[in-house]
Design a protein around this ligand. Structure first.
Ligand code: GRF
Length: 188
């Protein structure tokens, strides 16, 4: 099978990156991760990628979003990336960047969208008294945490959950969901 060339964009620890990479090692995986990009040169996930032989590219947005996105676009094109998986990438991409990659960017968000776009999703779910939380993989549009849903994972909220305990259980579910949803979307 010809594997689709996926670039993963991260800002931090990269646990979803690791889960995506682990699944990509299967012979029948429809994708392979050919590059990891970050806005944060100190992201632990970048070190992990390097240790695992995945090319990385880090660049700062300090000089403005236009140049930053231009450099990222060039790096991804240079590696012949076909699709982008955002995995804890903490910046909002411009409508111009999203348009250049129209329908070729997916994201994982730690809530059951359309509930709780943005930050502090677990605290908001607990404060609302929700019985079920979870995560969503969706196609990226130029609206934040919006766009066609590819897959969801539901996680029960337990009595006594704090945002941290709930986040940890949702994160485990994310690691199952993201590789499956990405593979499903790439072979749709
Ligand atoms: C995850 O909870 C993901 O849903 C959100 O950011 C977090 C990234 O975690 N978008 P990691 O860097 O993959 O460990």
């Amino acid at each position: 099978m010809v594997k689709r060339r996926v670039g993963v964009m991260i800002s931090g620890r990269g646990s979803n990156l690791k889960a995506l990479h682990a699944a990509s090692q299967a012979e029948d995986s429809p994708y392979s991760i050919v590059m990891v990009v970050s806005d944060n040169a100190a992201a632990p996930g970048l070190d992990w990628a390097t240790e695992n032989g995945i090319p990385t590219f880090a660049t700062s947005a300090d000089d403005g979003r236009e140049g930053f996105e231009h450099r990222i676009h060039a790096a991804l094109e240079g590696m012949k990336v076909e699709a982008i998986a955002l995995a804890g990438f903490m910046r909002i991409l411009s409508p111009e960047f999203v348009a250049r990659w129209q329908g070729r960017i997916v994201n994982i968000h730690p809530s059951l969208l359309p509930k709780y776009p943005g930050l502090d999703t677990h605290a908001r779910a607990i404060a609302a008294g929700d019985e079920v939380a979870g995560a969503t993989v969706h196609v990226v549009t130029d609206k934040v945490d919006d766009g066609p849903i590819i897959g969801t994972a539901e996680v029960p909220v337990e009595a006594g959950d704090t945002p941290e305990t709930l986040a940890a259980r949702v994160l485990e579910a994310e690691h199952e969901l993201y590789p499956q949803a990405l593979a499903h979307w790439l072979t749709r």
